[in-house]
Ligand binder design. Structure first.
Ligand code: UDP
Length: 239
C-alpha cells in the first residue's frame, strides 16, 4: 500500500497511510451511529468538532504525562497520529451510573459511584461488544495480564485528569470509553478518540446532556451540544 491509501474505514473515522510508515492520517466523518450501527444519521459539523475536541483532550493528556498516539491536527477534519495495532478492547471508566450500567446493576441513571468503575468490553460487532473479565481477555489472547493492568491504571489516571479539567468548565464527566494500541515497538499507547461521541458529559448546573446521548435518545441539538463542549474547552472551530 502507498501513502494516501485508505487503510481502514470505521463508523466515525477514516484512516490513511502517510509517507511515514509509523504515522497515519485520521479523517473524522460527520456520520453518527448508535446501538451497534442500527441507528444512523449525518450530523453536519460533527466531524470537525470531534477532531477539535479530541485534539484538545489528547494534547492535554500528553502534557500531563499520558503517553498517546496523537501527533498534531492538520486540517479541520484531520489529524496525524502514531500508527498502532488497536487492542480489541473498549476500556470504559464510570463515575456516575448511566447507559448500560443501569440495566446491569439495577441502579438508576445519575447515581454517583463511590469509586470509579473500570470495565473491559470485547470489540466485536457480531457479538455486540460483550463485557469481558481478565480471564476472558486471556482466553481470547486479546492482551497480556500486564497490559490489562496498565490499561486500567492509565484509564484511572485519564479519569482524574479529565474530571479535573472538565470540572473547571462546569462539566461533569459521567463516563467514557478509551481504546489502546501497540506501536511498532510493542509499546502500549492510548489511542482512538476522546469526544462527546465516546464520553458522557453533563452540565454541572442543569444536568443537561452534552454528548451522544442527545443522538441516541433523539433529544435534538446534538451538534450544538458538541459545539458547547468545544467552546468551553476554549477551542476554535477551525484548525
Ligand atoms: N461507549 C463508546 N463506544 C461504544 C460503547 C460505549 O464510546 O461502543 C462510551 C459511551 O459513549 C459512554 C461509555 O462508553 O460514554 C459507557 O457506555 P455504556 O456501556 O453505558 O453503553 P451505551 O449506553 O453507550 O451503549
Amino acid at each position: 500500500m502507498k501513502a494516501g491509501e485508505m487503510l481502514y474505514e470505521g463508523k466515525a473515522k477514516q484512516l490513511f497511510l502517510t509517507e511515514d510508515p509509523n504515522v497515519v492520517r485520521v479523517k473524522y466523518k460527520d456520520s453518527a451511529t448508535a446501538f451497534n450501527g442500527e441507528k444512523r444519521a449525518t450530523l453536519e459539523g460533527k466531524g470537525e468538532l470531534n477532531n477539535r475536541i479530541s485534539t484538545i483532550f489528547f494534547q492535554y493528556l500528553k502534557d500531563n504525562g499520558i503517553r498517546n498516539h496523537f501527533i498534531e491536527p492538520i486540517s479541520p477534519l484531520e489529524q496525524l497520529v502514531r500508527k498502532v495495532e488497536i487492542i480489541s478492547l473498549e476500556v470504559v471508566v464510570r463515575n456516575i451510573v448511566a447507559g448500560t450500567l443501569c440495566k446491569r446493576i439495577g441502579l438508576s441513571e445519575g447515581t454517583a459511584l463511590p469509586r470509579p468503575v473500570v470495565e473491559f468490553y470485547y470489540k466485536d460487532d457480531a457479538l455486540g461488544d460483550p463485557l469481558v473479565n481478565r480471564d476472558h481477555i486471556s482466553a481470547l489472547n486479546l492482551a497480556t495480564p500486564d497490559q490489562v493492568a496498565q490499561m486500567r491504571e492509565i484509564a484511572l489516571k485519564v479519569n482524574e485528569l479529565l474530571k479535573k479539567l472538565l470540572a473547571e468548565l462546569q462539566i461533569i464527566l459521567v463516563d467514557f470509553k478509551l481504546e489502546f494500541g501497540l506501536d511498532g515497538e510493542g509499546k502500549l499507547l492510548l489511542a482512538d478518540e476522546i469526544s462527546p461521541d465516546t464520553c458522557r458529559f453533563w452540565d454541572a448546573g442543569t444536568g443537561e446532556k452534552l454528548d451522544k446521548d442527545r443522538f441516541r435518545r433523539d433529544l435534538g441539538q446534538v451538534v450544538e451540544a458538541y459545539q458547547d463542549i468545544l467552546n468551553r474547552l476554549g477551542g476554535k472551530k477551525h484548525v
